[in-house]
Design a protein around this ligand. Structure first.
Ligand code: ADP
Ligand code: MG
Length: 579
């Protein structure tokens, strides 16, 4: 149970900033709990003084006191409820923000290491579990525990002999709850796992709707989903069974204790060791114990679910973010890029994706990379953007190894246009100025013109202010690419990475986008991967890659004449010679 207490402590540290409100809610809970034993006390006096001794004043006064007790208790409960929910929701919001923030800081390899849906379901499933444990469960725990303690204290004071019988079952109840807790937490972890799978499966099939329809794989997807969904149901039922068994078990134990107490009480009463009032009061206090004990055993399931959620969130927060130990560099890089015996293997793979790679690119040069799919072209680009760190050798920008740049400063030197531009459901202007909210309209228009995008933007119903739909779904592929290029223009970085920026386009859009790219490539260091000859032909240098290695370098004319790998690609690759 050591790690459970660590979890509690760590959760508590998230509550700490709000300790003042927490204190208020604890006080309110204490008041509410203190009102509980007052009820049997007043009842005892009502019976002994009002009914048996028949004092007229007592019969009047005591019902009034009972009413007052209820009013105070209700007010205190209200205050406790609202204030503790406030604290819990604050803490959960902080946790949620931290989780999202941290996800953005994780290296790509950490994202690849997990099931794709798991990251999402952390926010959509795990956090709400923590939230309900913290907001509702903990009130129950604190307030009902206080109530139980107050009532037990009263019972002890009334008659320690009777209370002792009651206390005998305590350890047994504690043991049952402990065993159940352990079971619950491991089942809950399995449930989170299934939840992540489900989120992933839904996400994937939504993204692939077109393929699913065309390939007619609805049934296949259905079957896949049913399997995951069924697993989730089974895991859920496992949790239900454990937590449901808990409550009746504890109740039966408590009932047995009550029966024993009542039997003992009649014996005491017969020997005149207990007044009628005391007896009634004792039984009342006992019956008041039932509800909080039931709630306490019940709430355990919620708490264990919350702890499992917290464990997964803390696991995320403990995953190291991208290494960022370089020195800050504010100046603009010249764009001198040097690969020195670079080797890189993806985590968990045994074959390197890039091997013993040596290349020097002078500022302003364009280098084209060609090679079969899987030859390591994209990987090379990822290494320049430092999405991954090389394992051997070094990549130097202006003579400085990439890890020696502060990450943000390094990435400020790099613009990237990939095969599919990531666009957001916002206006055209906001998408072009993504990451630079303070850009003027003129600058945005300028960038759009350079990217040959102005023509279609000005034809849109609201021009720059037209919303483009989720992931730019209201635009064509060529239009999306030109927005991405406009974005790169605005970023005005000295190093430009173009990874199949035109590959997904038809010939006509490709021509327009290529013209935009010719513009963008001026006075920059450019690494370009493309299939079309038109994009490659005028590069200063063409690098032919095979299985992560360089097999040939040279200009188009040189390589075409040499009759090597490039010439073979030219002859075989339809795409490469499409126009
Ligand atoms: P290209 O862009 O030339 O088609 P890539 O650089 O994408 O090639 O891939 C190079 C090799 O690395 C391939 O064998 C591919 O399977 C592998 N690879 C690419 N991305 C990953 C990844 N995220 N995890 C593991 N292996 C990868
Ligand atoms: Mg690629």
């Amino acid at each position: 149970m050591k790690d459970a207490s660590q979890l509690y402590l760590r959760l508590l540290s998230w509550v700490k900033p709000y300790w003042r409100t927490l204190l208020i809610s604890l006080l309110a809970m204490a008041v509410a709990s203190a009102m509980q034993p007052l009820l049997p006390v007043l009842l005892q006096r009502l019976v002994d003084e009002g009914l048996i001794a028949k004092e007229p004043l007592a019969a009047l006064r005591l019902p009034f006191w009972i009413l007052l007790t209820f009013i105070v208790k209700s007010l205190a409960e209200y205050a406790a409820n609202v204030s503790s929910q406030w604290v819990a929701n604050k803490a959960v919001e902080d946790l949620r923000r931290a989780a999202f923030h941290h996800q953005m800081q994780l290296p790509l390899s950490a994202h690849h290491a997990e099931q794709p849906g798991r990251m999402l379901s952390r926010i959509t499933y795990d956090i709400p579990q923590v939230s309900s444990a913290m907001s509702s469960a903990w009130i129950v725990v604190v307030q009902d525990s206080l109530t139980v303690v107050a009532l037990l204290g009263y019972l002890l004071w009334q008659s320690w002999q009777l209370a002792a019988i009651m206390l005998l079952i305590g350890p047994i109840v504690a043991w049952i709850i402990r065993v159940a807790s352990r079971k619950l937490r491991s089942s809950n972890a399995a449930m989170q796992e299934s939840m992540g799978q489900m989120t992933g499966a839904v996400e994937e099939s939504l993204a692939g709707l077109r393929e699913i329809k065309v390939f007619g794989t609805q049934d296949f997807e259905d079957k896949r989903f049913v399997k995951i969904s069924e697993r989730l149901r089974k895991e859920t039922m496992r949790v239900v069974r454990v937590s449901a068994a808990n409550v009746p078990l504890v109740q039966v134990l408590a009932a047995a204790a009550v029966v024993a107490v009542i039997y003992a009480a009649t014996q005491l009463a017969a020997r005149e060791m207990l007044t009628t009032g005391s007896f009634i009061s004792f039984v009342t206090a006992l019956s008041l114990l039932f509800e909080p004990i039931r709630r306490l055993t019940n709430i355990n399931a919620v708490i264990q679910r919350g702890l499992a959620g917290a464990q997964s969130i803390f696991g995320l927060l403990d995953t190291p973010p991208e290494a960022d130990r370089g020195a800050p560099r504010s100046e603009r890089a010249r764009g001198d890029l040097r690969f020195e015996s670079v080797s890189f293997t993806y985590p968990g793979q045994d074959k390197p994706a890039v091997q013993d790679f040596n290349l020097h690119i002078s500022p302003g040069q364009t280098v084209a990379f060609v090679g079969a799919s899987g030859s390591g072209k994209t990987t090379l680009m990822s290494l320049v953007a430092r999405f991954y760190d090389v394992q051997q050798g070094a990549i130097r920008l202006d003579g400085t190894a990439l890890p020696d740049y502060a990450l943000a400063d390094l990435r400020r030197q790099i613009a990237l246009v990939g095969q599919h531009a990531a666009l957001f459901d916002d206006s055209v202007a906001a998408n072009i100025a993504y990451g630079r909210e303070d850009t003027s309209r003129d600058a945005i228009e300028q960038a759009a013109r350079h990217a040959h995008a102005w023509e279609f933007i000005s034809a849109l119903p609201q021009g720059l202010d037209t919303r483009i739909g989720p992931n730019g779904s209201l635009l064509s592929g060529g239009q999306r690419q030109r927005l991405a290029i406009a974005r790169a223009f605005l970023k005005d970085a000295p190093v430009l990475l173009l990874d199949e920026a035109t590959s997904a386009l038809d010939n006509e859009s490709e021509r327009v986008v290529r013209e935009a790219l010719v513009e963008l490539r001026k006075a920059r260091t450019v690494l370009v991967v493309a299939h079309r000859l038109s994009t490659i032909r005028d590069a200063h240098c063409i690098v032919v890659m095979e299985r992560g290695r360089i097999v040939e370098t040279g200009t188009h004319d040189m390589l075409a004449a040499a009759g090597g790998a490039y010439a073979r690609l030219l002859a075989s690759g339809e795409e490469l010679v499409a126009d």
